[in-house]
Ligand binder design. Structure first.
Ligand SMILES: Cc1ncc(COP(=O)(O)O)c(C=O)c1O
Length: 302
């Protein structure tokens, strides 16, 4: 069995030890980018975040990312204290401080800020939000198709902790990932509460059967920007695509499977619960979608 890997693996890049971080309006060296132990994010996972990718000098689909961030902040009643334009400027400033032109990934995080006392009530977070941008040089690198394992942790109903929210508290997903890792897989395949295949702990999930692309209805997973781009590309290029309920039987018997996310674009899946998907290697429909996505990025960033 080859070594464990993750879906968010990138080429080693020594420059990442010297990066500068945007923290509450200041750009500081990584070693000085520190937040308080009283921070709502550290203490309670009380915050929201976005992951963005830089291609050819342009942050891909940045409006969609910022819209989703502001929507999430509104949903948790958190005032970012900046306009979308100001947040975008902070991204650009961090990029230029780090002298980055392409192949960079940003994690933009907003928490409810430093608390007055170490307890949960949001009224104790009075000092304004903590806003920070970690921007790293990043070229995704996976050695082989990803292995998934289904786990007992499910994607819940929206009234518990809406799985569409990119919240800092990701414990449900982390526990899912730990269970998958203990089962010898790289990442967890999570079901919805009816037992239909939904998503992985950190990416959206697609299967391909007889030339058609299937993904979940979208009800219990992150409304992934890459997920939507893949659906749109299939529709525009006469590749049948369905957002539907489907089971593990459909999944084990699929010809191909892949994951989507801003970090890795489309990542092939070779195995689910010990069942080899197709012949275990990246399949032709996945390759076609990767090519269409690359061309889309080229157009968007030209
Ligand atoms: C649970 C989960 N699923 C999927 C995604 C992928 O979404 P996107 O394509 O917008 O990066 C993310 C990324 O934030 C995520 O956290």
């Amino acid at each position: 069995m080859s070594e464990h890997q993750t879906t968010h693996q990138a080429e080693e890049d020594a420059r990442n030890e010297q990066i500068k971080i945007w923290l509450n309006g200041r750009i500081v060296p990584k070693a000085e980018a520190l937040v308080s132990v009283y921070d709502s994010g550290f203490m309670l996972g009380d915050g929201v975040w976005e992951g963005l990718r830089l291609y050819n000098g342009t942050w891909a689909f940045v409006e969609e990312h910022l819209d989703r961030l502001f929507e999430a902040a509104k949903a948790i009643d958190l005032d970012i204290g900046m306009t979308q334009k100001e947040v975008f400027q902070a991204i650009i400033d961090t990029q230029s401080a780090n002298d980055m032109t392409t192949d960079a990934h940003a994690r933009l995080m907003v928490t409810r800020g430093v608390k007055t006392r170490p307890f949960q009530h949001p009224s104790l977070s009075r000092q304004g939000p903590t806003v920070t941008i970690i921007m790293e040089h990043s070229k995704p690198k996976i050695a082989r198709p990803i292995r998934l394992a289904t786990v007992p942790h499910i994607r819940g109903l929206p009234m518990t902790q809406d799985p569409k929210l990119n919240s800092h508290s990701k414990l449900n997903c982390i526990l899912a990932c730990i269970a998958a890792e203990k089962a010898g897989a790289d990442e967890a395949l999570m079901l919805d509460l009816h037992g239909f295949v939904n998503t992985t702990n950190a990416c959206n999930f697609f299967i391909i059967r007889k030339g058609a692309v299937w993904t979940s209805t979208g009800d219990y997973c992150m409304n992934g920007i890459t997920r939507q781009k893949v659906i749109d590309l299939c529709r525009a290029n006469d590749i049948p695509v369905y957002e539907r309920n489907y089971s593990l039987v459909d999944t084990y018997g699929a010809d191909e499977a892949f994951l989507t996310g801003t970090f890795g674009a489309q990542t092939p899946v070779g195995e689910v619960d010990g069942r080899v998907i197709g012949d275990g290697a990246q399949g032709p429909v996945t390759t076609r979608i990767q090519e269409l996505y690359k061309a889309l990025i080229q157009r968007e960033t030209a």
